[in-house]
Design a protein around this ligand. Structure first.
Ligand code: CA
Length: 230
């Protein structure tokens, strides 16, 4: 299996460098975001296996951003460990209520952080080898791979998320608004017809295998993923 990816969301370069050095040495692949905006872009681009979230970011509080990720279906299963200079018990409680999976106070030792990361990763790893198969189409969440038989299907990040959502919620109709909420999350500036654009791309990618018919248009209502006849 490929190396696990950790997204570091931290505006202080010295701390980022320290984390990149130590976590890189421990075998993790690291990505770095310097503020909330870039963190959201990077998460939307590709889900990390874990997020290290600084509390005090230039544009948004790490606590708020964690709440956003944990509220959205697409990102809620990404574990988050908060990094903070705060030591108050109230803050600790707020951090965990905001959805963070754990919490570590600066300054911390790399060894302590690694122990926390490994513990949180273990908690999440139970469902990780799950492969969902519907109508001949298989989605391997761990490998981030979609296959039909031996054939691998190449998808863009949004198409992958859309398909993943559908395969986790088959046989139900979702309106464009619901799909925007659950697949795109809080990006309110996205228009409803964006959904149609990505549905079209997804169907196109699945056409050769004949699996495009799994994505059914329900007139006046939205879309449904189903192996049953529409
Ligand atoms: Ca900071």
């Amino acid at each position: 299996m490929s190396a696990k990816t950790i997204l570091i969301v931290e505006d202080e370069k010295a701390i980022r460098d320290m984390l990149v050095f130590n976590l890189g040495r421990a075998g993790y692949t690291l990505r770095e975001a310097v503020d909330g905006k870039s963190a959201r872009t990077m998460v939307a681009d590709r889900f990390p296996d874990l997020i290290l979230m600084d509390w005090m970011l230039p544009d948004v509080s790490g606590l708020e951003l964690t709440r956003v990720f944990k509220r959205e279906e697409a990102t809620r299963d990404i574990p988050v460990i908060m990094l903070t200079a705060r030591v108050e018990e109230d803050d600790r409680v707020a951090g965990l209520e905001g959805g963070a999976d754990d919490y570590i106070v600066k300054p911390f030792s790399p060894r302590e952080l690694l122990a926390r990361i490994n513990a949180v990763m273990r908690r999440y790893s139970s469902g990780e080898d799950e492969v969902i198969s519907i109508g001949g189409l298989a989605l391997d969440a761990a490998g981030h791979r979609v296959t039909v038989g031996e054939q691998s299907i190449s998808l863009g990040p949004t198409e992958y998320r859309l398909l993943s959502f559908f395969m986790h919620h088959p046989d139900r109709v979702y309106s464009r608004t619901q799909l925007l909420d659950r697949v795109w999350g809080g990006n309110v500036y996205v228009e409803e017809r964006t959904v149609d654009v990505h549905i079209r791309r997804l169907r196109k990618a699945l056409t050769d295998s004949g699996c495009d018919k799994l994505i059914q248009t329900v007139r006046g209502a939205g879309y449904r993923f189903s192996a049953r006849e529409a």
